[in-house]
Design a protein around this ligand. Structure first.
Ligand code: 5RP
Length: 248
């Protein structure tokens, strides 16, 4: 079943959802085949693209009898690891990971990422930060020269619930644009993260120095984490429309 986000992305890009799914699968498979070896501790990202990577990982573990331990980045990732019969661990037992694989909402030419479309940015950033290699998998719709060209929903920011109004005001005043509180699809209330926090989406108006902006936003009291991943991704695998995989 396609998420609301992926229906939106396919329409915006004018491609069939099936083509995008194929591209996600090819990226996920290629990353697992190129970066996973026996006896590794692997960080498992969140979203829909990672599902293909975990499928391939589970297949290889079965066929090649690999000894792989997985550390999840969300409740979704935890369930996925268990459902596919993989070995589940955590950062208490495995604080150092060999590799983390995760999706992204947008990737610019410097490999700066926007993540958190699914709301799991904080745990994703923690796990990626613990990994020797952070590998990103995405379909061609996420490939962008500069952030904001493809992903129109803004930069996700996880905040302590009581701080969402002051954080909104500070970001709008200092950096411009518009900040919206992410609401549940039912509109019954705000989305609540795996860490029991709220999410803001900052719709920025212009390009910024993302490293500086990321640091500045993180300094605002009440901000837990931002969906800006600067200088973290080592390699990105894009599944392309023509069936190829482009590695950057
Ligand atoms: C969740 C994320 C996801 O990795 C990102 O939204 C990409 O998801 P998908 O693979 O479904 O496009 O950051 O917080």
């Amino acid at each position: 079943r396609l998420s609301e986000k992926h229906v939106f992305l396919s329409r915006a890009y004018g491609v069939s959802a099936t083509m995008a799914e194929e591209a996600k699968k090819r990226a996920g498979y290629a990353a697992v085949d190129n970066h996973i070896q026996n006896n590794q501790v692997v960080g498992v990202g969140s979203g829909s693209t990672i599902v293909y990577a975990v499928d391939r990982l589970a297949e290889r573990v079965r066929q090649e009898k690999l000894n792989i331990v997985c550390v999840p980045t969300s409740f979704q990732a935890r369930q996925l690891i268990l459902q596919r019969g993989l070995t589940l661990s955590d950062l208490d037992r495995h604080p150092e990971l060999d590799v983390a694989i995760d999706g992204a909402d947008e990737v610019d030419s410097a490999l700066t990422l926007i993540k958190g479309g699914g709301g799991c940015l904080t745990q994703e950033k923690i796990v990626a930060g613990c990994a020797k290699h952070f590998i990103v998998i995405a379909d061609f719709r996420k490939d962008s020269k500069s952030l904001g060209q493809q992903w129109k929903k803004g930069i996700p920011i996880e905040v302590i619930p009581m701080a969402h109004v002051p954080v909104t005001r500070v970001i709008e005043k200092r950096f411009g644009g518009e900040v919206v509180l992410r609401m549940a699809v039912s509109k019954a209330g705000p989305v609540v993260t795996d860490n029991s926090n709220f999410l803001l989406d900052w719709k920025f108006e212009k390009s910024h120095n993302w490293k500086e902006v990321n640091t500045a936003i993180k300094m605002i009291p009440g901000v837990v984490e931002t969906g800006l991943f600067v200088n973290m991704a080592e390699r990105v695998y894009f599944g392309m429309e023509d069936g190829s995989v482009r590695i950057r």
